[in-house]
Design a protein around this ligand. Structure first.
Ligand SMILES: [Zn+2]
Length: 333
């Protein structure tokens, strides 16, 4: 059984290709953080190596070892704390791909964060894609296509994974994980339809705490003078060089908050994501004009796109700080 929640279209397609032995050599799973890209990749790795009847069975030795990430033929290649996925990692992959599978039928390589592949690493990966060894499956995971070279995109079959609809998601959380209805509704909203986040938040209090701290820090910034804002921009830029993902998460949270402010200001508070912050959103929305909020949401989206396209992070973040409206309603410049 495929463990991934939702994404029926992608699962249906992979399942059909698997049965007809017509899988593409490389897949690219695109979607926001925690939407289920890695879950689907692990499911596909299991299905390829499964010894059971209904692949992936989830019970055979192959399925169990892959699920525990102990299988010698299934490798996850990611940033591992670096700024980019380097050529050394791709060369190592290339070498492993040239060897016969060790304990299963297929060698599966999952590149987590393909948008972080360096130029040289992409070229090295392209060589593997041009002459793919048999019994090798490549699966690339990325937030979007923007940071990927067209030559790489053209050699992968793309599958887009979208967040689950908020209307059906709470029911899934209740049925599958036994979460009480009210909590399931709140988690579904906070997770923006991304199952992985909701399930992690259930067992890891740090996720919710981290979110509160990030929101508090954002609210403080709206009151700060330019010097403090620039110092925050420098701090985020330095964080970006070590851990891009965490900065993307901070900016996504900011976009979501300001989008919620826009909805509240426009009288559509029923559609906000930060359902536990409704009162605060209402209070804050009084402090800005609709235009100020709208312009800043656009600036945030633009900054995110520029960072993904490898613009200078410090410059992008400083410009963003300049465009953030001040809490009392005046712009900083
Ligand atoms: Zn199995």
């Amino acid at each position: 059984m495929w463990q991934v929640v939702g994404h029926e279209k992608a699962v249906g397609l992979l399942d059909r290709c698997l049965k007809n032995e017509k899988l593409a050599h490389a897949y690219l799973f695109i979607g926001p953080p925690h939407v289920g890209k890695m879950r689907l990749a692990i499911d596909l790795a299991k299905a390829l190596n499964c010894q059971g009847e209904d692949r992936p069975c989830g019970h055979c030795v192959q399925c169990v070892r892959i699920e525990e990430l102990k299988h010698a033929d299934v490798q996850v290649i990611g940033l591992d704390g670096r700024a980019e996925i380097g050529i050394d990692q791709m060369r190592e992959m290339q070498h492993s791909a040239s060897l016969k599978p060790f304990e299963g039928k297929y060698r599966v390589f999952i590149v987590d964060g393909a948008e972080h592949l360096s130029h040289e690493a992409t070229n090295c990966l392209l060589k593997t894609l041009e002459e793919p060894p048999s019994n090798v499956q490549l699966i690339l995971l990325a937030l979007n296509e923007r940071g990927l070279l067209p030559t790489l995109l053209s050699r992968c079959q793309k599958l887009e994974l979208r967040p689950l609809p908020i209307a059906t998601f709470p029911k899934i959380l209740t049925e599958r994980w036994g979460i009480p209805e009210e909590k399931a509704r709140a988690l579904a909203n906070l997770s923006r339809g991304c199952v992985g986040w909701a399930v992690s938040a259930l067992t890891d209090d740090k996720l919710l705490q981290e979110r509160s701290e990030r929101l508090a820090s954002l609210l403080r910034l709206t009151e700060e003078e330019l010097a403090e804002r620039f110092s925050h921009a420098a701090q985020l830029a330095s964080q970006f060089s070590r851990d891009r993902q965490s900065v993307y998460e901070v900016l996504s949270l900011w976009i979501e908050w300001w989008h919620d402010l826009l909805l509240t200001k426009g009288g559509c508070a029923n559609f906000i994501s930060n359902v536990d912050q409704e009162a605060k959103l209402h209070e804050e929305s009084q402090r800005y004009s609709l235009k100020e909020i709208k312009v800043f949401v656009e600036s945030l989206q633009q900054s995110m796109a520029q960072l993904e396209q490898n613009a200078n992070p410090r410059l992008v973040l400083e410009v963003l700080m300049l465009s953030m409206p001040r809490r009392k309603g005046e712009r900083i410049l």
